[in-house]
Design a protein around this ligand. Structure first.
Ligand code: M6R
Length: 645
């Protein structure tokens, strides 16, 4: 089983504090704060650490790629090397491997505001270059602290909030590094994951966390801190998850976790059972392609041991009692982006089969809508990362009303899983590509399992229907394998149409969200404009766009209610000269007669067609983006987790 952890900075408090996003932007620009959504890694070791930092950062680049930096602690000196650009480019100029040290820090930065300059790149230091700091997060009271420190004579050399931390520690340093860090952090408001080195403490590495992710790796004659597990997995699989307001004090052979208040904490060391290889590309050209191809196994993992004795059971993290599930009269999903599309398919499944009214909310809208919630409403958050700021805020809003909350999440121990009452993990494993693929299909698998559970508890389906549903999903991993074999036909479509500027995706019922998701994939990775619509809506407007240069992708698997109507829509597009790419059920004789290209998916229950139909659309988006030479795993302007509201 694979679990994966991606967390990014939560800067939501800035917006809450200032009140309005607009004012927040003004505030940030005036004060020239650089807000970072970044990756950090740190190591203290009996051996040279430069290769470990480089390897760690190369796995963290998905978190930020506008500048990088490292600090090497060697012979009582902090040697800092940094530059603007991606790790590969900066490394070409600097050659990080030529530097030596037994302790070090690495940082990759993604700034949402403020200058991308060498000065603003991390690590930052105090006045005398004796303390080095890398940071992921935002210090909200940095302005007051900066004024206070400036009055005391501290000199600043960057525009970042991070530098304040180095000076604040310097200001509190009276011989004991650990005490100085805790005293400094007791003054700090905001989010941080920090790595700190002291020139005068060559054996020491300190980490600290609040609202930004930081894990500790316990190695052999060396210890680590990092933003996520894969970045250090080549060196250790023994991991401690830090909680908010905790610090870790590391030497190469010892580790101690304490609160910012310096109270000692007992922490469990988790043995992580996924391999470092899983976090690498494994021979594929891009992570996105690898992750598309991993879907059969990701879904098999997600189902594993959850289907037993003709029913569904989740692990102890589920924590929502059956009696409560019986009593609810409404479910509200909150999510963003691809996870929101998964929620829409969940709505279809749960209403159709478990007969519970469902609403699907954009997390960003829900939190400001003063929702009407009562004890019979279950709020379900869906998130791959578990760190999406809007989804966290929506969940917190729901909790104010005292309702039960459940999260569907891919990242063990992420913020969303800690906030919600119960959790179901999608076991997609590491998803590095910014465009979600296997996270989405595993979310659909979990929603399907949840639907079975709810239907059983509420007795809306008989034993045979439940059995059919279970048999249906059991077939999916193998069926996906055969969908992946359609890749050649999909590549052909990409080669023919990659230069088109627009496209339309149409589907109905459970496949309407698949149309939205297919269009989103194309937009994200290829930058080609695409829109998803319910197929029948086409005649209410989008039909005006159709001409011979418009590809229209129909998701048209066989179903008893709408298949014939969709055939009609295909005719309408054909009559106007549009290019038709159709996803159809194996054995369909009608669609190939009308469509320019037909991609077949195997027969299964209609509800499950969504899980099969999305895969060709992911591949189509991938191949078009590849033909266009796009930066597929790190598309422009996007981050893996959107931690700003
Ligand atoms: O981590 P989350 O599932 O909460 O992320 C939500 C969206 O930001 C995410 O799905 C986004 O739309 C992806 N780039 C989709 O590929």
């Amino acid at each position: 089983m694979l679990y994966y952890s991606i967390h990014l900075t939560n800067i939501s408090k800035v917006h809450r504090k200032v009140g309005m996003a607009h004012w927040c932007t003004v505030f940030i620009k005036f004060n020239k704060v650089a807000i970072q959504v970044c990756g950090i890694v740190g190591v203290v070791s009996g051996k040279n650490i430069s290769e470990k930092l480089l390897n760690g950062l190369s796995n963290l680049e998905y978190r930020g790629y506008d500048s990088v930096g490292m600090c090497f602690l060697n012979n009582g000196q902090l040697n800092i090397k940094k530059g603007v650009g991606r790790l590969e480019e900066v490394n070409k100029r600097i050659n990080f491997l030529k530097f030596k040290g037994n302790a070090g820090l690495g940082h990759c930065r993604w700034s949402t505001h403020g200058g991308v300059t060498e000065k603003n790149a991390h690590p930052h230091t105090d006045c005398n270059n004796r303390i080095s700091v890398v940071h992921n997060g935002i210090i909200e009271n940095y302005s007051e602290l900066k004024d206070e420190l400036a009055k005391k004579g501290h000199k600043f050399s960057s525009q970042t909030d991070t530098e304040i931390i180095a000076h604040l520690i310097e200001d509190n340093l009276k011989g004991n590094a650990e005490e100085a860090v805790s005293a400094a952090l007791s003054r700090v408001e905001g989010s941080y994951a920090l790595g700190i080195l002291f020139a005068d403490e060559p054996e020491l590495l300190i980490g600290a966390k609040n609202e930004s992710p930081l894990i500790v790796g316990i190695g052999n004659n060396e210890n680590f801190i990092a933003s996520d597990v894969p970045s250090i997995l080549s060196y250790t699989n023994k991991i401690i998850y830090l909680e908010d307001k905790e610090m870790v004090v590391l030497t190469k052979n010892r580790h101690k976790v304490i609160g910012i208040d310096r109270k000692e904490k007992k922490k469990k060391i988790h043995a992580i059972n996924w391999s470092a290889e899983a976090a690498k590309k494994g021979g594929y050209k891009h992570f996105m392609l690898k992750e598309i191809y991993e879907q059969p196994s990701a879904i098999a993992d997600t189902l594993n041991e959850r289907l037993r004795n003709g029913s569904v059971s989740f692990e102890k993290e589920f924590r929502i009692p059956g009696d409560y599930l019986k009593s609810i009269n409404r479910i509200i999903f909150v999510a963003c982006g691809t996870s929101w599309h998964a929620a829409l398919t969940g709505e279809f499944m749960i209403e159709e089969l478990a007969r519970i009214p469902v609403e699907v909310e954009y997390a960003s809208e829900f939190r400001y809508r003063h929702p009407i919630l009562d004890k019979k409403t279950l709020v379900i958050a869906i998130s791959q990362s578990g760190e999406t700021a809007d989804t966290i805020a929506a969940l917190k809003e729901a909790k104010k009303y005292g309702v039960q909350t459940l999260s569907i999440c891919n990242v063990m121990g992420s913020s969303i899983t800690r906030i919600s009452d119960g959790v179901i993990y999608t076991r997609a494993g590491p998803e590095i590509g910014v465009a979600s693929t296997k996270a989405f299909t595993t979310q659909l698998a979990v929603l399907y399992l949840l639907t079975i559970l709810l239907s059983k508890i509420r007795k809306t389906l008989n034993e045979k229907q439940v059995r059919d549903m279970i048999n249906g999903i059991r077939k999916v991993p193998l069926q996906l394998q055969s969908v992946l074999e359609e890749d050649k036909e999909i590549l052909k479509c990409a080669e023919l149409y990659y230069s088109k500027l627009n496209s339309i995706y149409l589907g109905r019922g459970v496949n309407f969200p698949i149309a939205l998701e297919g269009a989103l994939k194309l937009k994200e990775v290829s930058y080609v404009h695409a829109e998803g619509y319910p197929a029948a809506e086409m005649k209410h407007g989008p039909i005006a766009l159709i001409d011979k240069s418009m590809p229209v992708v129909f998701i048209a698997p066989h179903d008893v209610y709408t298949y014939k109507k969709v055939l009609g829509n295909i005719e309408e597009v054909k009559a106007r000269g549009g290019i038709i790419i159709a996803i159809a059920t194996e054995g369909d004789k009608e669609i190939p007669k009308k469509a320019d290209h037909t991609i077949f998916i195997p027969k299964n229950l209609y509800t499950l067609s969504s899980m099969l139909a999305i895969v060709p659309l992911q591949l189509l988006a991938y191949h078009i983006a590849d033909k266009l030479g796009r930066d597929i795993d790190k598309p422009r302007n996007l981050a893996k987790s959107v931690v700003v509201e």
